[in-house]
Design a protein around this ligand. Sequence first.
Ligand code: GDP
Ligand code: MG
Ligand code: K
Length: 297
Amino acid sequence: MENNYKSGFIAIIGRPNVGKSTFLNRVIGQKIAIMSDKPQTTRNKIQGVLTLDDAQMVFIDTPGIHKPKHRLGDFMMKIAENTLNEVDAILFMINAKEGYGKGDQFILDRLSKVNSPVFLIINKIDLIQPEKLLELIEQYKDKGNFEEIIPISALQGNNVTHLLEVLKGHLPEGPQYYPKDQITDHPERFIITELIREKVLQLTKEEVPHSIAVVMENLEKRDSDTIFIQATIITERKTQKGILIGKQGSMLKNIGKNARKDIESLLGSKVYLELWVKVKKDWRNKQSQLHEFGFRN
Ligand code: GDP
Ligand code: MG
Ligand code: K
């Protein structure tokens, strides 16, 4: 890894429809984390990871920053505030066409209690005249302690590269948290492979040692309500492979059935789970394969 590598966690907040998802899609490309519309299962959802040669930006979703609609809201709000204090930067996005509103003030009040640097992102500038943009900047500039005010069009891409450059300049030196090709929701992927591993160990008892690994091969949304998952169970011995598959595949079927139930309740979605078993001798000793199996450093 290079010297001066920069990395950080970045929260994107703003009222609904200001263009947060459009922005993420532009930044991360079509490979954006697939789980964005499932119910919240983790505190902070990683929405996408942008890996550059000299920096890595991990964009996270911060639920609960909006005006609470129910009692749970207060609790979520507390969590959101804690999160916002822990991130390296906050992008507060507004819609240039709509201008200042009550919903914004609510978020600005929250942000005033937060220490992390806040960038005001004025999105949808393609919809307004330049004079209007200047007016907006005037109107907002004293409403918060903004590090910078950056106008963009997430839809057309205007100024998005500039925004990323500015953001990079503000990130601290840090490690590459995720592998280069890791753009999806890593924590959930990890939980899923752990759930599968757990079922293997429960059902095979002592016959299969803890040295097995489970590798996620594929995780994608096939249609509106099914998530398709392919995973491989890696063992070191051929005899273990036989046990894992079982008579006419019965063991693997059971592992799959039990794991699928748990994964479905984790993701709040129907899951199609396909499992494979592979033998790789001494995989634990092969440094080169560690990365492949999801171990880092
Ligand atoms: P979110 O709720 O904040 O995630 O907002 P979305 O990304 O879903 O965007 C809401 C709507 O605004 C969609 O119809 C987008 O196409 C549109 N939109 C987002 N960014 C822009 C922009 O820069 N210009 C224009 N004209 N429309 C945009
Ligand atoms: Mg969205
Ligand atoms: K996500």
